[in-house]
Design a protein. Structure first.
Length: 328
């Protein structure tokens, strides 16, 4: 799946080109693989824009960048054998040839392939380092997570619960909110589509918010800023409500509450923590094993042709937990 044009606003079907091309045999030091599962990430929208960011944009005509899990089918690389399952940024394509750079073997007898793209992959790492390093979370604090029913949000909220925090999730729709407070054990959930978020935060975080983990930006960030506790930390993880804007993102008009509450707001990029992924994956897998993190995944079965439509599900809130396209 190649990028055909730079999208303006929502990504449209004509922004993509599905090409059928022959994959070369692996050369010396390379392996070939068959894609099993493709990760769908809100960040993909940002990678399509030609503006300075933490990664260069996907070029027009390039295979779309994506984290995937592949099965090695042939190898001239000493580190990878046929049959190995490997994760890496191999892109939206059915077959890949790789020199192994950035590739990591995963054990799919311990967890399904999709989990290495979710709780044990980039979203899990994002939740862990965003909450614990950037948010400097302390046991027993009050934590509010937006985008709470998604890949990052479900893990962030459950890590905070495991540390004895009061956790309030913000998500779209009654089903997602019921899942957060029922299955995942959040203390409260706010349906931002139906409720006045500012008023609901007053009710559910009566002593103020110590850590606000923001996945969505916009009006919800602005509402959370009005409820900060003293020395609160606002973690800027993402701003999905702004990614399809054709004008610059709206800034938070309530930012002076950072001054009043002696609080701080800090953004981060998960890739900066790569050296410590193993530590985070170990801790998250222990919490999963102990039943303290429930893994939520939304697996769409299909082909590379289904990538454009599956990506749009993120922006319509149609996924619960980690959205993955499994190639069948
Ligand atoms: P999710 O699984 O949370 O999927 C996206 C969700 O966003 C949707 O399900 C929807 O849920 C919500 N959403 C969509 N549009 C809006 C809107 N206009 N307002 C409010 N909510 C909306 O995605 P991820 O967990 O993968 O990513 C969450 C955030 O984390 C993103 O902002 C992403 O960019 C960021 N991120 C940042 C990283 C970093 O290094 N800083 C790394 C990885 C992710 P609902 O139904 O509740 O609206």
């Amino acid at each position: 799946m190649r990028l055909a044009a730079r999208p303006v606003g929502d990504v449209k079907p004509e922004d993509w080109q599905h090409c059928s091309e022959t994959v070369e045999d692996p050369g010396p030091g390379q392996f070939a693989g068959r894609t099993l599962a493709i990760s769908l990430d809100p960040a993909m929208r940002g990678w399509l824009d030609d503006r300075p960011s933490y990664l260069p944009p996907v070029g027009i005509g390039d295979v779309m960048r994506a984290g995937t899990i592949i099965e090695v089918t042939a190898s001239n690389h000493p580190g990878f054998q046929p049959g190995d399952h490997v994760t890496g940024v191999f892109g939206v394509q059915e077959h890949v040839v790789s020199d192994g750079k950035g590739a990591l073997k995963v054990d799919t007898s311990l967890a399904p392939a999709s989990t290495y793209l979710g709780a044990l992959g980039m979203p899990g790492m994002t939740a862990y380092f965003g909450l614990l390093d950037v948010g400097a979370l302390k046991d027993g604090e009050t934590v509010v997570v937006s985008g709470a029913a998604g890949a990052v949000g479900t893990i962030a909220g459950q890590i905070a619960k495991a540390r004895g925090c009061r956790v309030v999730g913000i998500a779209g729709g009654p089903e997602k909110c019921a899942m957060l407070t029922g299955e995942l054990g959040f203390d409260a959930a706010i349906d931002y589509r139906a409720e006045d978020v500012r008023k609901a935060l007053r009710e559910h975080a009566p002593d103020g918010i110590d850590v606000y983990f923001d996945n969505v930006g916009g009006d919800i960030l602005d509402a959370a800023l009005t409820r900060l506790a003293m020395h609160a930390r606002v973690v800027i993880c993402g701003a999905i409500s702004q990614y399809n804007n054709t004008t610059p993102p709206a800034g938070p008009s309530n930012y002076l509450s950072l001054l009043v509450r002696r609080a701080r707001m800090e953004g981060f990029v998960v890739f900066d923590y790569a050296q410590r992924y193993a530590q985070a994956a170990q801790e998250i897998s222990e919490l999963i094993g102990a039943g303290r993190i429930k893994v939520k995944e939304h697996v769409v079965k299909g082909s590379v042709d289904d990538f454009p439509e599956t990506l749009q599900m993120l922006f319509r809130g149609e996924n619960v937990g980690k959205l993955v396209l499994e190639l069948v």
